[in-house]
Design a protein around this ligand. Structure first.
Ligand SMILES: O=P(O)(O)OC[C@@]1(O)O[C@H](CO)[C@@H](O)[C@@H]1O
Length: 437
């Protein structure tokens, strides 16, 4: 974490506590030595400033939105900067006034929050950060730029930058065996693909370098929990006619590794269908939306490299044949709710997931939602921390980028803290945790 400029007046006026998050407490930016505090003081303001800056160049937008959209674009940029300044002032989480499908759910959620926990720094980190991304969408949806994906360009650039890595991975995976060790390699490849997310760097590009499978081997000692064998068992013990649900995280290289894993699951008869769950709105910068999914299939098919273009065509065929499926648009994934509340809040989704042979949750934010942004003790069991959310066999592939974790063997986190007190923020360590139905 880079140093945050000290602001004693702000801290005193907003009840900021100079400590880490106490044990068994909701994570919140109220704790000065937490990643949440850094997120609201530095990362999110930087993300918003970048969006406002990008609107200054109207050349790309005017052909789509019309020459008379110029003043609307300026107003949108101003509203984004106002959101930024509200965050920096610890403003309230106000109800939404747009006409999007999830407004009532969001407003009901906000209404139930305690009044003293309804600002950016006092609210549970998960709620406040999700609110920020939803508020951004609201600003755009109230303007002529409604529907514009302000992160699209970054997501597509990230994919372009990964081309070499994609070719190497495709070449290495064309002739693979149906066995535990190959499956483990692909799960781990997919796990470490999560290191490239753009929200951790406030949008700065991260290019995957070197041989991905060499890195999988090198990073093995950084994999703190390895549930790959149990995940394999959950698939091979079934008849192969089931569905695997993947809850996406990031577009670009990570999405590509999701597709490589999904291709293997289909090719080796581990399931009949892989269903992908994308985000309904631009989310945490690089999260996959339906458009990003369709785009990458075209992007791969259109590559000069034969291995990539053939792969792209094959994956598109999987979509046409129903072996790959995009789940219907689901606002629950871009709600503030922790997953343990899914059964109550979105029973139909819970029911759908309960039909799956396996659910794979990708990335750090999904992990935060599984655990509910809470400072669990690092050795508490994964199942305890799921708080009853076990619709089916589920696993999480997560590189650790936020200060919460569970299910570690005793003594590990003490060793890692002794080496680097910010070890949970670097994305160098990973977890593959599994919970059976
Ligand atoms: O979900 P992802 O892409 O793995 O990570 C999202 C992320 O960058 O954003 C969150 C905070 O903004 C952090 O928890 C995490 O580091």
């Amino acid at each position: 974490m880079a140093l945050v400029e000290d602001n004693a007046d702000f801290d005193a006026a907003n009840g900021i506590i100079d400590s880490e998050t106490p044990p068994h407490t909701d994570l919140a930016a109220q704790y000065k030595r937490s990643f949440a505090y850094y997120t609201f003081r530095v990362r999110l303001p930087s993300t918003l400033a970048t969006i406002a800056d990008s609107l200054a160049n109207k050349d790309e937008l005017l052909p789509t939105y019309g020459a008379d959209a110029a003043s609307d674009i300026d107003q949108t940029a101003a509203a984004v900067l106002e959101l930024r300044s509200n965050i920096l002032k610890n403003g309230p989480l106000e109800p939404f006034n747009d006409t999007e499908a999830d407004v009532a759910t969001w407003n009901a959620f906000l209404d139930k929050l305690d009044k003293d926990k309804r600002t950016y720094f006092s609210a549970c980190w998960l709620y406040a950060e999700c609110y920020m991304y939803r508020k951004l969408w609201s600003i755009f949806s109230l303007s002529r730029l409604a529907g514009f994906d302000y992160f699209r360009k970054q997501k597509q650039t990230a994919a372009q930058l990964s081309l070499d890595a994609m070719v190497a991975v495709a070449n290495a995976t064309r002739r693979s065996e149906r066995n535990l060790s190959t499956f483990q390699q692909l799960l781990k490849l997919n796990l470490w693909g999560n290191r490239c997310d753009l929200s951790i760097t406030s949008g700065k590009q991260v290019k995957p370098m070197g041989d991905a499978f060499d890195q999988v081997a090198e990073l093995d000692s950084n994999l703190l929990v390895d549930g790959t064998q149990a995940i394999w068992q959950s698939l091979v013990s079934a008849d192969g006619n089931g569905t695997v649900e993947i809850v996406f995280d990031n577009a670009g290289y990570e999405l590509y590794t999701d597709l490589i894993l999904a291709e293997y699951i289909i090719d080796k008869g581990l399931a009949q269908k892989v269903r992908f769950n994308a985000k309904a709105i631009p989310w945490f910068i690089s999260d996959v939306r339906a458009d990003d999914f369709h785009w990458i299939l075209k992007f791969l098919s259109g590559q000069a490299s034969p291995v990539l273009s053939e792969l792209g065509k094959k994956l598109k065929r999987f979509v046409d044949e129903g072996k790959f499926e995009l789940a219907p648009l689901e606002h629950f994934w871009t709600s503030p709710y922790e997953f343990y509340r899914m059964a109550e809040v979105q029973p139909a989704l819970h029911e759908r997931l309960s039909q799956a042979q396996l659910i794979i949750f990708k990335g750090d934010l999904n992990y935060r939602k599984l655990l509910g942004d809470y400072s669990w003790h690092d050795t508490e069991s994964f199942v305890t921390c799921l708080r009853g959310f076990q619709p089916s066999n589920l696993c999480t592939l997560r590189t650790i980028k936020a200060d919460l974790v569970c299910g570690l063997p005793a003594g590990i986190s003490e060793q890692l803290f002794a080496k680097n007190k910010e070890w949970m923020l670097t994305g160098e360590y990973g977890l593959i945790q599994f919970a059976s139905k």
